[in-house]
Write a protein that binds this ligand. Structure first.
Ligand code: UD1
Ligand code: CA
Length: 461
């Protein structure tokens, strides 16, 4: 059986990132760079890739566990040396090895597949993915003969003045016939300006003994990330790609350059996203919603026809025709049923809010089950925590809760009950009852007027 394995080099320092985090774990549109590469490699080859890890390998391996095989390169002696570390996965196998770098998040699966296809169909020993760079500084240059055949790749530091003028550069992505690659790796030396084993030298060997091809790809797709400026540039390109996909699918954005969607979200037709919205993780948003500026929706589900303004929704489920915000915070395990209105400065956590219930402002609902068609007025607090344990509060359907009410959990308010403003509810309020729990009002006639006459009031107008 013909084998197709991807080898992803990710052992280098990434010093220019100036970060304690391994380079390939830095994210592009919410996903670590290495995930983009592993995903593309897997899609193109159909197999789990081998990742060469070195610096920061504990973190990289823990992150990729179950999604990749690993080869350890304890000391970074160059790209050729890196691939040598994966020999165990190649020896005795017939077929092709695709070599990739872990810092190329923009590389598409279809490009990797085209590279492999060319290698197979034209029966080549290797195909190099190249691109034409406006500024080739820093890259290995592709040296071709007068008929256009690739002879070798020369690194910037080893190149002469004439070679440095070449604009075609090595992307560091290749497809090799496994047998030939193994032979070349055995012949590599580190007799060059950097004292490293260059994988690029395999191309010169294979060109001399067999046939090497080149595939010219889009420079943008081939750009690697070496520092945080390039990371931001890659993010902008990836964002454009992702947003374009959603736009074509019928989602609307006022300003796609400032709309942040992590690939993997599902968004319905005619939903309108304002600038500075963030849709993260595995979120599902229905049709005809309006999501206004500043909203963050993470790992949550929203129904159709919702209107969300400047709010944060985390790991929650929201029904149809719900209005939320501005400035609401739905924390994990909130379930909001259809036609609910959650207004400004409302926070919820581990709570069900029944159909049609309104809580227009300044409310905290935690560890609660609130029925349908309730009205929860300004300043209601579900006091769920006694300092040791959290307790649940259950509110039935059609309950009216006045302003500034505390519900001290575990509390129970029966269907249709009324709670007067300022009440602190403890225990159970029966269905249909009124609960008033506040001290009686005291009035002293003319008190203020008398004080004022004596000049004993500090008047502020
Ligand atoms: C390499 C290529 C160069 C190409 C450029 C494209 C070589 C000799 N040069 O140069 O022709 O234009 O990429 O970006 O291959 N790595 C290891 N172990 C090592 C060294 C590197 O795993 O010992 C990994 C790095 O983590 C990185 C990748 O290999 O993911 C490329 O290494 P890097 O040092 O960036 O190579 P360049 O010098 O840029
Ligand atoms: Ca590089």
């Amino acid at each position: 059986m013909e084998h197709m394995v991807a080898i992803i080099m990710a052992a280098g320092h990434g010093k220019r990132m100036r970060s304690e985090k391994p380079k390939v774990l830095h994210t592009v549109c919410g996903k670590p760079m290495i995930d983009h590469v592993v995903g593309a490699a897997k899609e193109a080859t159909g197999n789990q890739p081998v990742v060469i890890v070195g610096v920061g390998r504990e973190a990289v391996m823990a992150h990729l566990e179950g999604r990749a095989d690993f080869a350890i390169q304890a000391e970074q002696k160059g790209t050729g040396h890196a691939v040598m570390m994966a020999e165990g996965y190649l020896i005795g196998k017939e077929g092709y090895a695709v070599v990739l770098a872990g810092d190329m998040p923009l590389l598409k699966a279809e490009t990797i597949a085209a590279l492999c296809k060319k290698c197979k169909e034209e029966d080549l020993d290797a195909v190099v993915l190249t691109s034409i760079a406006n500024n080739p500084t820093g890259y290995g240059r592709i040296i071709r003969d007068t008929t256009g055949n690739i002879l070798r790749i020369v690194e910037e530091k080893d190149a002469n003045a004439e070679e440095k003028l070449v604009k075609e550069v090595n992307s560091s992505v290749y497809c090799f016939k496994i047998e030939g690659l193994l032979n070349c790796l055995g012949n590599l030396s580190c007799n060059n300006a950097q004292g490293e084993y260059y994988l690029t030298d395999c191309i010169a060997q294979l060109s001399a003994s067999g046939a090497v091809g080149g595939l010219i790809a889009d420079a943008e797709e081939c750009s690697g990330v070496n520092d945080k400026a390039q990371l931001a540039a890659a993010e902008a390109i990836m964002r454009k790609r992702i947003n374009h996909k959603y736009l074509v699918d019928g989602v609307m954005m006022i300003d796609p350059d400032h709309t942040y969607i992590e690939d993997g979200a599902v968004i319905g037709q005619d939903t309108l996203l304002y600038p500075n919205c963030h849709i993260r993780g595995k979120s599902v948003i229905g049709k005809n919603c309006v999501i206004e500026s500043g909203t963050v929706i993470a790992d949550s589900t929203l129904g159709d026809d919702c209107h969300i303004r400047d709010s944060v929704i985390m790991e929650s489920t929201v029904g149809d025709r719900v209005t939320i915000g501005p400035f609401a915070y739905l924390r994990p395990q909130t379930v909001v049923e259809d036609e609910v209105h959650i207004g400004d400065f409302v926070e919820t956590k581990k709570a069900r809010i029944g159909k049609g219930t309104k809580m227009p402002h300044l409310t905290y609902v935690g560890d609660a089950d609130v029925g349908a068609h309730c009205n929860i007025a300004c300043g209601t607090i579900f006091a769920n925590y006694d300092g040791l344990t959290k307790y649940k509060t259950v509110v039935g359907d059609k309950v009216f809760i006045g302003c500034n009410v505390n519900l001290v959990a575990p509390a129970m308010v029966g269907e249709g009950a009324y709670i007067a403003a300022g009440t602190t509810v403890v225990g159970e309020v029966p269905a249909g009852a009124l609960s008033v729990g506040r001290s009686e009002q005291y009035i002293k006639e003319e008190w203020a007027d008398e004080k004022r006459e004596k000049g004993e009031l500090r008047e502020v107008y």
